[in-house]
Ligand binder design. Structure first.
Ligand code: HBI
Ligand code: FE
Length: 296
């Protein structure tokens, strides 16, 4: 049994709730000219707050990607200009979507090196929490990492693998790999832990929590262990998985998952905060945050 607060859909809302799309691939025009001054101001607030936090917390690859892109404080970035730079560097593009899109639409885009980014920006009263991925999460969190050739290939491979996993009925297991890497991954760098996951990098509170708080477990990444681990969609993660370096993901992109799905059929799922005897523990969490959240 899975608790209702773990992994219903990834960002917590269902794409099926949205209005039907005009284009079959769910893309829309970004309409960059039509963002209001108030929307650019929300971007600026988020950008400045996050930019202060990330030195010493985000990995070097994230910082380098951000520096090389036309992303700044004053305006919501223009996807055409982002795509020009990305295309030359790793062959990716950014396309606008209304919000969450159905899984197979999402995977089709990724498999073709198109990153679907939410067109809208959160309202000023929801700076810290929203269910659907907006332009700040997608562009600030994901796009800098797409400048890195390893991440660029890994996310394309996830798109291809997602289509296969859907056919095999194993998407929930593959989605956990994406969740604990691309969204909530940490890596070892300069003798400490650094953020490379977009869900952390685009969240003020979770950037502090994932790096500085004693509550969560930090565990060396192990593919099959991760594929069995439920995740939280409504709160900070109880466990973060740590890779040695981004190259570790390159190996994952080459793996045939079909035999792994089969093997995992006989093994139980693991709760978000649970530790196993074989875990490569980097730090054992106190569990304080999850405990106090449950008490509420
Ligand atoms: N749609 N726009 C958008 N962004 C996502 O991250 C996303 C999505 N649809 C499905 C999805 N993610 C996930 O549920 C899959 O990765 C499993
Ligand atoms: Fe995301």
């Amino acid at each position: 049994m899975q608790s209702p607060s773990t992994e219903s859909t990834k960002h917590g809302a269902a794409a099926a709730d949205a209005a039907p799309p005009q284009r079959a691939d769910w893309t829309i025009d970004q309409g960059w000219e039509h963002y209001s001054a108030a929307e650019h101001a929300v971007w600026k607030t988020l950008f400045e707050r996050q930019t202060r936090l990330l030195p010493g917390r985000a990995c070097d690859e994230f910082v380098h990607g951000m520096q090389a892109l036309p992303i700044g404080a004053d305006q919501i970035p223009d996807f055409r200009r982002l795509s020009d730079v990305l295309m030359k560097t790793t062959g990716w593009q950014v396309v606008a979507v209304p919000g969450l899109v159905p899984d197979e639409v999402f995977f089709e885009h990724l498999a073709h090196r198109r990153f679907p980014s939410g067109q809208f920006i959160r309202r000023p009263e929801e700076l810290d929490y929203l269910e659907e991925p907006d332009v700040f999460h997608d562009v600030f969190g994901h796009v800098p990492m797409l400048m890195n050739p390893v991440i660029a290939d890994f996310i394309q491979a996830y798109g291809e693998g997602g289509l296969k996993a859907q056919r095999l009925g194993k998407l929930h297991q593959l989605a956990r790999v994406y969740w604990y890497t691309v969204e909530f991954g940490l890596l070892q760098q300069h003798g400490g832990l650094r953020i490379y996951g977009a869900g952390i990098a685009s969240s003020y509170a979770e950037s502090l929590f994932a790096i500085d708080d004693p509550s969560p477990n930090r565990i060396g990444f192990d593919l099959e262990r991760v594929m069995r681990t439920l995740y939280r969609i409504d709160d900070f993660q109880e466990s973060y998985f740590v890779i040695r370096d981004l190259e570790e993901l390159l190996e994952l992109a080459r793996i045939d998952f079909a035999p792994i799905y089969q093997r995992l059929e006989r093994l139980p799922e693991i709760q978000p905060g649970q530790l196993l005897p074989g875990d490569a523990l980097i730090s054992r969490g106190t569990g304080r945050h999850a405990g106090s959240a449950r008490a509420r």
